[in-house]
Design a binder for this molecule. Structure first.
Ligand code: ATP
Length: 315
């Protein structure tokens, strides 16, 4: 298979603006067939707009978007894509079984309806009217609708937003079962743990741009792998940002917290300064990494470091 044949999703310099807002601001992204990718970002980061471009619901102002080497509309029309979007209204008066059967009938090689319902965990809702379901039940119906056509690419925009803990677990089990059949999955989320646990690769979007791209472990490292903190005991923070390995400096309740790529070197340097009271070294969590990757530069951070995009290439 050539590189192009192996590519499910391809964005090249895609830009989408709404008036003054650059919702998608120059995205370059390749997703190989069979990958499960999480699109992670804060509210308003540009995830839904990226997904709308990917599905051909919006056209980029500049740049290109392709699915399986073709324009998105063509791949969608050919039945290669199933999507679960945030805003989908319940269709009045039809049952869950009727809705999923109808959607399946529009695809060239759908899943058996019972299997789609089973995978989405809603077999027992088959005869229920769609417009009389709870928010969480409706969300699982939307998942069944996305799966119904047995699409090569499954696109899920914040798929677990309305689900309780049990439904969430069931959802991820189903999503992974689907991905293990060799299908490509792209999902957006605010939940770092979900991205880390269920995606092969995390693409972090901030203000319409990709600021990091890699595994959870790579993102932790890209953001500065460890946090070294100690009591300032009345001392200032001058020069701390220049110590070996240090990426940023914060002051929290009389303690300095240094994000560092090389905690050994940082600790040795601090010892040389006699700044080791209450010293603690901890591994940065994915939350810390996410905040560091998407945070605005602060006065206490070295500007050259915080403004640098931490792009981790996987391949
Ligand atoms: N139809 C629109 N008209 C004007 N601005 C829009 C429109 N849709 C989105 N935006 C703006 O574009 C930016 C990106 O929005 P988008 O919905 O893509 O973000 P998101 O990452 O999906 O956010 P959330 O996690 O809150 O769903 C935001 O600043 C948003 O206010």
């Amino acid at each position: 298979m050539t590189q192009t044949e192996n590519t499910a999703v391809s964005f090249t310099g895609a830009v989408k603006t709404y008036g003054e807002v650059r919702a998608v601001d120059g995205i370059d992204l390749e997703i190989a067939r069979g990958e499960t990718v999480a699109l992670l970002g804060r509210n308003g980061a540009g995830k839904s707009t990226t997904i709308a471009l990917l599905l051909g619901l919006l056209e980029p102002d500049t740049g290109t978007v392709a699915l399986f080497g073709a324009p998105p509309e063509r791949s969608v029309r050919a039945g290669r894509v199933g999507a679960m979007l945030q805003e989908a209204r319940a269709v009045p008066r039809v049952t869950v079984g009727e809705l999923v059967s109808f959607v399946a009938s529009r695809y060239p090689a759908p899943l058996p309806v019972a299997q789609a319902l089973e995978l989405a965990g809603i077999a027992e809702l088959t005869g229920r009217r769609v417009d009389r379901l709870s928010g969480g039940q409706l969300q699982r119906v939307r998942f069944a609708v996305a799966l119904a056509g047995n699409p090569a690419l499954l696109v899920l925009d914040e798929p677990t937003a309305a689900l309780d803990v049990e439904a969430r677990h069931a959802f991820w089990d189903s999503m992974r079962a689907y991905a293990h059949r060799g299908h490509t999955v792209l999902f957006s989320t605010h939940y770092l743990e979900e991205a880390d646990a269920h995606a092969d690769r995390i693409v972090v979007v901030d203000r319409g741009r990709i600021v990091a791209d890699g595994t959870g472990e790579e993102l932790r490292r890209a953001a500065g792998g460890n946090l070294v903190s100690f009591d300032l005991a009345g001392q200032g923070t001058d020069g701390l940002a220049l110590l070996p390995g240090v990426r940023s400096v914060e002051v929290l309740g009389g303690r300095a917290r240094l994000r560092t790529d090389d905690s050994d070197a940082t600790v040795i340097a601090l010892a040389g300064l006699g700044a080791i009271r209450g010293l603690e070294v901890v591994r940065a969590s994915l939350d810390d990494a996410f905040l560091a990757l998407t945070s605005r530069p602060t006065e206490t951070s070295p500007p050259s470091e915080t403004s640098r995009p931490s792009k981790v290439e996987l391949v």
